[in-house]
Design a protein around this ligand. Structure first.
Ligand code: GLN
Length: 491
């Protein structure tokens, strides 16, 4: 048996009966990582020693008859913006290249408490800024379906690793599509939870009012299982919600009778590739066959989503990144005086995209421009939010493409930031609105090799359970989520 091919639930069942041990499973995953890493390049750090320690502890816990959970002994890895105690956490930036946190993010604590096994840290666009994983200061990640293409960003390492069976599940961060877009490009399932549902404590902030942490895995049921462990109130995150966490596994129903799904017309206009639209339309037919009513809805302010998202993101990021000054942690370049110390550290430590955004954000927040840009963007943000509220008064969830095109080629958009930003057109409105969205595979293009196409299901605040219900019924009726890439070794 190739243990690296197991889903979370399959592995959990075999651990439960004692057919496999966590040490064996962890060994198989690390071997798979070693075999494919030169081709896929999904990892910044591999935490082999810690992984074996945690795997042994998980096996001992089971042997001793102590409390176990479905995640006890299951390997996972996380995007490198999530703080891991004693394990380097870089945000794929030179400025944090040698930063080793002294504490765990709440999500890591929760997974550790559940008995999961941390095998490594995934590559990403520097500080989460990008849509292709090419903005990593270290190396780009390759799409396992076609290694000449990008995995999407910014959680590209996480999505590529799940697709290439280098981990059964991963955690990503979604500030403006960074879980959904790579999930779509790599053919895996990923959830951007409701803002505040999962603690941000220990997540290195990009745009604090948009940032969310969520799971990526091979199917909806695995994503829901991981979400069960992640979700819940955390007093260490002041924006964390107190709402009780439902039992997500109770969500599943064989059909979708009684649900109404909305198709936002603005998401199907000019610019969407036929190779994406055809599978999405087919998915809508499947959802209708499952008993859901499907109707068109309008999100009239969609055209403002990109400018509003990017303006607010630049502003919040420029403020959040002010802390990287070489004084307390990270890269430190000496200068003749304090100002020279700051400027030399930041000039050497940040990449071009990060600098661009800091400058644009600082400009948008500066006196005289604040009202014209930042304040105005906050007002339009309310209009985006209301668009969703109006739609959710008519329908239970929305179905849309994740991205207007399939995975593009490495290098194709990197020289033109605006073109890169525009690839986010279908994902960014969700974050200013704070609503949850589930991305899942719904077909392939006719390219050689074929590329996955992703759809997203967007829900009301805190209604992850409805998204899981729809996604689960869809995956029971289809097999797109079962397809695996045949990763071609480059030599
Ligand atoms: N493409 C988005 C950006 O570059 C992704 C942000 C994110 O979700 N981390 O801002």
């Amino acid at each position: 048996m190739n243990l690296h091919t197991l889903s979370v639930r399959q592995a959990a069942a075999l651990l439960e009966t004692g057919e496999i041990t966590s040490v064996a499973l962890t060994g198989a995953i690390l071997e798979r990582i070693r075999a494919l890493e030169p081709t896929v390049r999904a990892h910044i750090t591999i935490s082999e020693d810690l992984a074996f320690q945690q795997a042994e502890a998980a096996d001992a816990r089971r042997r001793a008859g102590q409390r176990v959970t479905p995640l006890t002994g299951i390997p996972y890895a996380v995007k490198d913006c999530i703080s891991t105690k004693g394990v380097r956490t870089t945000c794929a930036s030179k400025i944090l290249a040698n930063y080793v946190p002294r504490y765990n993010a709440t999500v890591i604590e929760r997974l550790e408490d559940a008995g999961a096994v941390l095998v490594g840290k995934h590559n990403m666009d520097e500080f989460g800024m990008g849509s292709s994983c090419e903005n990593s200061a270290f190396f780009p990640t390759h799409n396992p379906w076609d290694v000449t293409r990008v995995p999407g960003g910014s959680s590209g390492g996480s999505a590529a690793a799940v697709a290439a069976e280098m981990t059964p599940f991963a955690l990503g961060e979604d500030t403006g599509g960074s879980i959904r877009m790579p999930a779509g490009f790599c053919g895996v399932t990923g959830l951007k939870p409701t803002y505040g549902r999962v603690s941000r404590y220990g997540l290195i902030a990009l745009a604090s009012s948009f940032d969310t942490i969520g799971p990526l895995a091979r199917d909806v049921a695995d994503v829901a299982l991981v979400m069960q462990t992640l979700a819940g109130h955390d007093p260490r995150d002041s924006t964390s919600l107190r709402a009780p966490v439902p039992d997500y596994t109770q969500a599943y129903t064989p059909d979708l009778k009684g649900l109404t799904l909305g198709v936002p017309v603005e998401y199907f206009t000019a610019g969407i590739a036929p190779s994406v639209e055809t599978p999405i339309r087919e998915a809508l037919r499947v959802l209708r066959d499952l008993g859901a009513a499907v109707r068109e809805v309008s999100l009239p302010h969609t055209r403002y989503a990109i400018p509003v998202y990017y303006l607010i993101l630049f502003a919040e990021a420029s403020s959040n990144l002010a802390r990287f000054d070489g004084t307390r942690f990270g890269l430190s370049e000496t200068g003749a005086d304090m100002l020279a110390h700051y400027t030399r550290t930041r000039a050497a430590g940040f990449g071009a995209e990060v600098k661009r955004r800091i400058m644009l954000g600082t400009f948008a927040l500066s006196s005289g421009y604040y009202d014209a840009y930042y304040l105005r963007a906050q007002k339009v943000r309310m209009l985006l939010r209301r668009d969703f509220e109006h739609a959710f008064a008519q329908v239970d969830a929305l179905v849309a493409p994740v991205c207007p095109t399939p995975a593009f080629r490495l290098g194709e958009k990197i020289a033109d930031p605006l073109t890169m930003y525009l690839s986010d057109v279908h994902v960014v409105a969700v974050n200013p609105a704070g609503v949850p969205a589930l991305a899942l595979p719904c077909g392939f293009t006719a390219d050689t090799p074929p590329l996955p196409v992703g759809m997203q299901i967007i829900g009301r605040p805190l209604e992850e359970v409805t998204l899981f219900r729809i996604g689960y019924a869809y995956q029971q009726a289809t097999s797109w989520h079962l397809a695996r890439p045949n990763v071609k070794y480059e030599g």
